[in-house]
Design a binder for this molecule. Structure first.
Ligand code: PBG
Length: 330
């Protein structure tokens, strides 16, 4: 045998050959499309830091849902931008809240489309934190109370399920939130509704454009007492272990691009479906460079998505979902 002994290039000689040995693919079935819904009528407003992503009022949402349906996307993730906010985020668990209303309408327009409800309080509280805030006089600081917040998250999840949400996705990072919500759903008769837990959610700078879009920037402090430190990897296992023990049906890693090692760790450790959230700044960075003509958007996005699959995810939440399906269809 002549040198080189190993010729890896043999399997790269043509597109057909490469297709034959491809290890990972992305399909429309892997994708969940996030949508921002708001009160009012006739609203379809582009989010300035997220070109191609909009706020929809319920009436303009119908056309968007039709488009998503025609593309063959099977699931949307709803974020509510409410009219009113208060200290306890009561518009999050109002039966006529924006997410509940949008969910009911979507299920009328297309009962087959899976509605995933983001269960959190930060868009609905006037202080912008994901739970109940208590000012601690002696320590001179505001604390986000864990167990008091759980009760409100349970109410939110149950009202979302009552409106027809198919999947509950709690993103608040309070301890015990999966167990509390599971119990609440079961008691309300929603034992068939799965929980997609934002298990491993980092206190990330990559949520910036989302917070503009959802008007959910904390008015004081940050989320570092409940979201994870980006420096920590082993802690992700403790978070995910807890969620599995508490009954989570799917585990999410968020953000995705800077956390591929965490995706792989979870993939190797759990048999549950793993979800990657390709978050707002990951979208905005690519969009910005593409709009400047500095990168080829399609190939960069598809490479990123197949990278998530290679890292071990089953599902990807991405603002690129509609674009991806269009590209895959061509
Ligand atoms: C709510 C929530 C956030 C995101 C999803 N759900 C913001 C945050 O935690 O501050 C971010 C999504 C994105 O950046 O695309 N807690």
């Amino acid at each position: 045998m002549s040198f080189p002994l190993v010729r890896n290039r043999r399997l790269r000689t043509s597109q057909a050959m490469r297709n034959l040995v491809r290890e990972n693919t992305v399909t429309r079935h892997d994708l969940i499309y996030p949508i921002f819904v708001t009160h009012g009528t006739g609203i379809k407003e582009e989010i300035s830091s997220m070109p191609g992503v909009y706020h929809f009022s319920i009436d303009t949402l119908e056309a968007e849902i039709r488009e998503v349906t025609e593309l063959g996307i099977q699931a949307v993730l709803l974020f509510g931008v409410p009219e009113t906010k208060d200290a306890h985020g009561s518009s999050a668990y109002d039966p006529n809240g924006i997410v509940q209303e949008a969910t009911r309408r979507i299920k009328e327009w297309n009962p087959e489309l899976l509605v995933v409800a983001d269960t959190c309080l930060c868009q609905f509280t006037d202080h912008g934190h994901c739970g109940v805030v208590h000012y601690n006089e002696s320590k001179k600081r505001a604390d986000v109370l864990n167990d008091e917040s759980l009760a409100l998250l349970v109410k939110t999840a149950v009202s979302q399920a009552e409106a027809g949400a198919d999947i509950i996705a709690p993103s608040n990072m309070m301890d015990g939130f999966v167990y509390a919500i599971r119990q609440g759903l079961d008691e309300a008769g929603f034992d068939h509704v799965p929980i997609m837990s934002y298990s491993v959610k980092y206190a990330s700078s990559f949520y910036g454009p989302f917070r503009d879009a959802a008007h959910s920037t904390p008015q004081f402090g940050d989320r570092k007492t409940y979201q994870m430190d980006p420096a920590n990897g082993r802690e992700a296992i403790r978070e995910a272990d807890a969620d599995v023990a508490e009954g989570a049906d799917m585990l999410m890693v968020k953000p995705a691009m800077a956390y591929m090692d965490i995706i792989r760790t979870l993939r190797d450790r759990y048999d549950l479906p793993i979800v990657a959230y390709n978050v707002s700044a990951e979208y905005s960075m690519v969009k910005a460079a593409a709009l400047q003509g500095w990168i080829d958007e399609k190939s960069v996005v598809l490479e990123t998505m197949v990278g998530f699959k290679r890292a071990g995810v089953d599902l990807i939440i991405t603002y690129f979902a509609k674009d991806i399906v269009r590209w895959l269809n061509n």
